[in-house]
Design a protein around this ligand. Structure first.
Ligand code: ABU
Length: 557
């Protein structure tokens, strides 16, 4: 028989099958008598747990209430949690660690079984720690050098530490009275980012948002407010057709913004791109003229600096000429490629960026900040506040005892706002401009290295003749599968099946994750976007080798 001592007076006795026999009071208690199957099972499992985990014995029978009442329990619990995370973060970067232990959703559900369930009585802290460990087992190791599936990859330890502190402080950014030091940090970092755009010290505004899509929504909102400030009060009743221009390879968030702001999908004009994925500026001017001839209002041009797939940079300077001529808001979506501004060698890709009205820039991509960290930067101050302010007097009282210009919340479309700046501020402190510049240069160097290898290797074909941003796109044509006797149509059909099949196989094997996609008429191809400065040339060689290896396993003659 086992006796557990939990929160005050929470003493129970179990027989071998874990049925409650009696409580201290001698009476059976309803909430305990239906001791859940999962708790019973987990106690059973514990008998067989490895020695290593026995260090958690002291958490058995301790519950969340004990965390609240006993600071020693809280400290011990958080120490164990830190150990778990430390091990996870260290191990995930080792090449021998799997990137993913992939299971289909229904399999994962089955595997996790009762662990997934939140019904039933509270689990003790031993179980809570086990839950954390169990969860991490199935997480995708995004800091792993072979995780190349997204634009955000890698692991910045200072950034993670910053995120831990942010979670521990758990404050809101809307007012200075609660955001305090973080409000000042936000001002500092946004000013710094604006200086890289080339705007003056005192010029401009900005805010951190929950992702690049939100930042792009802000841009369109401000463009609309500048041209039609009355919409804020009166809504979109004028019947005027407002038009947004963006390249055919821009991110879908521009369309989402148009939907949300009542502009409508049909009024997002998709401008064709050249062979490298950059907007054709002549086509932009033609489209604007067409809108005007049609009685519409050209509202915003969005230049993409670092398209999602090819990492192409639209010619911002030439687009700025057009926007100046027609008095249109110029937005730069630099969610992926904006960080090139940190590099003297590559900032030319955004030539003319200082002429834009707004810019989206996601430090959670190329700068390696933990998700999420996205900023919308505005050239003219006052526009964010004018478009969004509602002056809620329960929060933004004007008779506060401090300078309320530091209450940043009314510039936001949100009320509560997460502190996304601290981790980035801390990273900037630890790396400085030079550290970031080195990382960006390394990322670009690695992409050029990979591009060269792709061009040299037999059976690999680069999608672009020359890349701009640090993404490399290519086809792999398995010689066993694709031979010269095929018609071009058959070849294309087969080729479109190769990348998905190789990806499936490597994901199931668990040693690598890559992205693939079609683009317009182009059949599926791999995209390796490099944002992890810890990658090496030999890692990239390995990636190409592995594609060949896996391919020959699947496409046997
Ligand atoms: N916001 C675009 C993210 C796409 C990607 O990570 O692949």
């Amino acid at each position: 028989m086992e006796q557990l001592q939990g929160s005050k007076g929470y003493k129970k006795q179990y027989n071998s099958s874990n049925k409650i026999l009696e409580l201290e009071s001698g009476s059976l208690e309803k909430h305990v008598s239906h001791k859940s199957k999962e708790e019973t099972e987990s106690r059973e499992t514990r008998k067989f747990r490895p020695k290593k985990q026995q260090q958690w014995d002291r958490f058995e029978g301790l519950f969340y209430k004990d965390l609240q009442t006993d600071s020693k329990v809280q400290k011990d619990f958080l120490t164990e949690m830190a150990k778990i995370l430390n091990t996870y973060l260290t191990d995930q970067c080792k090449t021998k660690t799997k990137v993913v232990d992939f299971h289909h959703p229904h399999q994962l559900e089955e595997l996790l079984g009762d662990t997934l369930c939140v019904d039933g009585p509270p689990r003790d802290l031993h179980q809570v720690l086990s839950d954390c460990k169990e969860t991490l087992k199935y997480c995708v190791k995004t800091g792993h050098p072979h995780f190349l599936n997204q634009l955000s990859t890698g692991l910045d330890v200072v950034g993670v530490a910053g995120e831990w502190l942010t979670a521990a402080v758990n404050t809101n950014m809307f007012t200075f009275e609660v955001g305090s030091v973080f409000v000042l940090m936000e001002n500092t970092v946004l000013r710094k980012m604006r200086s890289f755009i080339g705007w003056g010290e005192q010029e401009g505004d900005g805010i951190f948002t929950p992702g690049g899509t939100m930042s792009n929504i802000y841009a369109l909102l401000l463009a609309r407010h500048r041209k039609f400030p009355k919409i804020k009060e009166e809504g979109m009743y004028s019947g005027q057709k407002l038009v947004v221009y963006t390249s055919s390879q821009s991110h879908f968030s521009i369309k989402k913004a148009a939907i949300m702001l009542g502009i409508g999908l049909n009024n997002v004009c998709s401008i064709p791109c050249d062979e490298r994925g950059r907007m054709k500026v002549d086509e932009l001017e033609k489209a604007i003229e067409e809108t005007l001839a049609d009685g519409g209002v050209p509202l915003m041009v969005s230049a993409t600096c670092g398209t999602t797939v090819l990492a192409a940079y639209d010619p911002v300077d030439r687009m700025a000429d057009i926007c100046q001529k027609y008095k249109i808001w110029l937005h730069v979506d630099g969610a992926w490629g904006g960080s090139a501004l940190l590099s003297k060698k590559y900032k030319h890709l955004l030539k003319g960026v200082q002429r834009c009205d707004s810019m989206t820039w996601n430090p959670h991509k190329m700068m390696g900040a933990p998700l999420q960290c996205s900023a919308i930067l505005i050239r003219k101050s006052g526009e964010l506040l004018a478009a969004n302010a509602l002056c809620a007097d329960y929060l933004y009282q004007t008779d506060k005892f401090y300078d309320v210009s530091y209450d940043t919340g009314d510039r936001s479309i949100q009320c509560g706002r997460h502190n996304d700046v601290f981790k980035l501020w801390l990273m900037w402190r630890s790396k400085g401009d030079n550290g970031f510049e080195d990382s960006i240069n390394k990322i670009f160097h690695l992409s050029r290295y990979l591009e060269q290898r792709v061009k040299e290797r037999k059976h690999f074909t680069s999608v672009l003749s020359e890349i701009e941003g640090p993404s490399v796109s290519f086809w792999y044509e398995p010689p066993q599968l694709i031979n010269s006797n095929l018609s071009s149509r058959e070849r294309k059909n087969l080729l479109s099946k190769v990348a998905p099949k190789i990806k499936e196989s490597m994901t199931l094997k668990g040693n690598m994750m890559l992205a693939y996609q079609p683009l317009g008429d182009l059949p599926n191809f791999f995209r390796i976007a490099i944002s992890n400065p810890k990658l090496t040339e030999s890692t990239l060689d390995f990636v190409l080798d592995e594609i060949e290896r896996i391919s020959s396993d699947i496409f046997l003659e």
